[in-house]
Design a protein around this ligand. Structure first.
Ligand SMILES: NC(=O)c1ccc[n+]([C@@H]2O[C@H](COP(=O)([O-])OP(=O)(O)OC[C@H]3O[C@@H](n4cnc5c(N)ncnc54)[C@H](OP(=O)(O)O)[C@@H]3O)[C@@H](O)[C@H]2O)c1
Length: 269
């Protein structure tokens, strides 16, 4: 008996969900796997503390909640009306708490804080063994030029590692705008989220999350490469600061090909 196209579509979707559950459950997600549909996979997903309720927190928090993660917004004023509205927008599993409590209750932590507030905030919390996602950019505006410049010699991520050496830290989401975090289709095409980190398992898990959220993930190596990723954020800002608006762009890395006969990489002279 032949099934209808609608029935075949339902079966394909059910099969895709089953495969996603098996792969995520086993924790063996390859970074170059195909993007997965953004839908809840299980009711027992990691609790995520989203520190900060500004543009990034309000963009990614509800989307993490939509994937089935109980989200705890860490805020200086958890009872404030706009924070409570964000909680309500994030579904029944969401809540808000002072920052230290949010971190304590969470498995994962997303640092959606201004760089200038990050150090003092993180000094007051214990991030040991938490998977920490760092989208921050240590940039400052230079009025004389109208451009941004790096505010530190290394990177925000490396400063965070000094503050929280036992955190499972992954640099991610720092090269895309909050409007694209909230809605990847706003980019008008595929978007790559580059990742850097020294904990390979944590980086893989964040890569899987990135794909669930509708982006492509590209592992760009150790945490020290966060310097270059934060440099990418600096460049991302150029058309936003100087225009024209038609020059606004998104980062999308396409797969290339390796040379057939590689001569290897020579050490710098
Ligand atoms: N905006 C973007 O498009 C974008 C894109 C990529 C990366 N980033 C990076 O992501 C991080 C967050 O950016 P954002 O645009 O979400 O920042 P934002 O809109 O200014 O929000 C930051 C939030 O952090 C909390 N906060 C805690 N201490 C603070 C303090 N001393 N001053 C101000 N806010 C404080 C606030 O939440 P409570 O009031 O609830 O405490 C505030 O809403 C930054 O490091 C930024 O570089 C931003």
């Amino acid at each position: 008996m032949r099934s209808s196209p609608a029935r075949r579509g339902q079966l394909r979707a059910a099969m895709a969900r089953l495969i996603a559950m098996l792969v995520l459950g086993a924790g063996v997600v390859a970074l170059d796997a195909a993007p997965a549909a953004a839908q809840p996979v299980s009711a027992t997903r990691e609790r995520v503390a989203v520190l900060g309720t500004g543009r990034v927190g309000a963009a990614l928090g509800p989307r993490l909640a939509a994937l089935g993660h109980p989200v705890i917004y860490g805020s200086r004023e958890p009872q404030r009306a706009d924070v409570q509205a964000l909680v309500a927008r994030s579904g029944s599993g969401a809540s808000a708490a002072p920052i230290a409590e949010a971190v304590f209750r969470a498995d994962w932590v997303l640092i959606a804080l201004p760089w200038t507030a990050t150090e003092s905030t993180l000094r007051a919390v214990d991030l040991a063994d938490k998977l920490v996602i760092d989208p921050t950019n240590a940039l400052r505006f230079v009025p004389a030029s109208g451009y941004m410049e790096m505010a530190v010699e290394t990177s925000a991520a490396e400063h965070i590692r000094e503050l929280a050496p036992r955190a499972r830290l992954v640099k991610a989401f720092n090269t895309i705008g909050a409007h694209v975090m909230a809605d990847p289709t706003a980019a008008g095409g595929p978007v790559t989220v580059p990742l850097a980190g020294d904990d390979v398992a944590a980086k893989r898990r964040v890569g899987a999350l990135v794909r669930e959220l509708g982006f492509e993930a590209q592992d760009l190596g150790p945490l020290r490469h966060a310097r270059q990723l934060e440099g990418m954020a600096l460049l991302y800002m150029v058309p936003l600061l100087k225009g024209p608006r038609s020059d606004v762009f998104e980062y999308h890395l396409r797969r290339g090909t390796a040379p057939v006969r590689s001569q290897g990489v020579r050490p710098a002279e």
